[in-house]
Ligand binder design. Structure first.
Ligand SMILES: [Zn+2]
Ligand SMILES: [Zn+2]
Length: 274
């Protein structure tokens, strides 16, 4: 069993691939299942000036048709990348009440009242206060607990440390990251290992970094989901098997995915296919 659990299509504002393009690549890549996690950032989703709501709902409505179309090729699971669920709790509650998912992947792309880290330019400024707020919000969202896996917890570092090359002493946030890991473990939730940073030449790291994943394991964390965070068809599955091998070296025995919000474990050797 080999699955990619973090994928965006044209039903996400920044996605460039169709479900058909992904599904058709699966036999040659050996992928037996895909989990689509279109963006539903609660601030944009609830903004009538944004097309996020309409885009998401169109994809949601069409999903069962694709599932049926490819049922003999690849199993398709319906997930969501739920962004900033604690910013507008009423919107989030209503969203979750009115949709059904196999998998809820929770992310924090922006701080309350701020732009997405992807769009923020930190050159000439001190990013530390912003990161202090990020890790505080991350703890809050982890405590909220209405998800299955916590996505790309070092998301801002891709841009601050990677793209903009601003040096940071990450030990400042070690205790916060430990708190996040302890809450995930206590609640039996997964940590996402996101491979997209491996495609960024300026970054070339998993998200979170391997040292942090080792710390998660040391604290007792055993559940990990693995995703390429593909936004274009060529990105499907990239970096996943290499990352799984690194996880196996750390000591992980399984990779987790979700069906109807219940965790299913794949032995890591089976995932790697060796
Ligand atoms: Zn994301
Ligand atoms: Zn994503």
């Amino acid at each position: 069993m080999y699955i990619d659990t973090h994928l965006h299509t044209i039903f996400s504002a920044d996605g460039r691939a169709t479900i058909d393009e992904y599904a058709e690549k699966c036999p040659s890549l050996g992928l037996s299942a895909l989990c689509f996690t279109e963006h539903a950032d609660m601030t944009a989703y609830s903004d009538p000036k944004s097309n996020s709501h309409d885009l998401f709902e169109r994809g949601y409505a069409k999903f069962d048709g694709f599932r049926e179309k490819y049922k003999d090729t690849v199993v398709l699971y319906r997930g969501v990348e739920l962004g900033e669920p604690c910013h507008l709790p009423d919107v989030t509650n209503e969203f979750l009440r009115t949709h059904e998912f196999d998998f809820i992947l929770c992310s924090l792309h922006e701080l309350k009242g701020e732009r997405d880290f992807y769009h923020t330019n930190y050159r000439g400024t001190d990013p530390v206060p912003h990161l202090d707020r990020y890790f505080d919000e991350l703890i809050q969202v982890t405590e909220w607990n209405g998800f299955d896996s916590l996505a790309h917890i070092t998301y801002p570092l891709r841009y601050i440390l990677g793209r903009e090359g601003i040096p940071l002493d990450l030990t400042r946030w070690s205790n916060s990251i430990d708190d996040v890991f302890r809450i995930l473990i206590k609640n039996d939730k997964s940590l996402e290992v996101n491979a997209s940073g491996l495609r960024m030449s300026y970054y070339n790291r998993t998200d979170p970094h391997l040292e942090m994943i080792s710390r998660y394991f040391e604290l007792g964390g055993r559940r990990v989901t693995l995703g390429s965070d593909a936004h274009e068809a060529w990105m499907l599955g990239t970096g996943l098997k290499d990352t799984a091998k690194k996880l196996r070296d750390i000591g992980f025995a399984e990779v987790t995915y979700y069906v109807k919000r219940r965790p299913v474990a794949i032995p890591i050797d089976e995932y790697i296919g060796e």
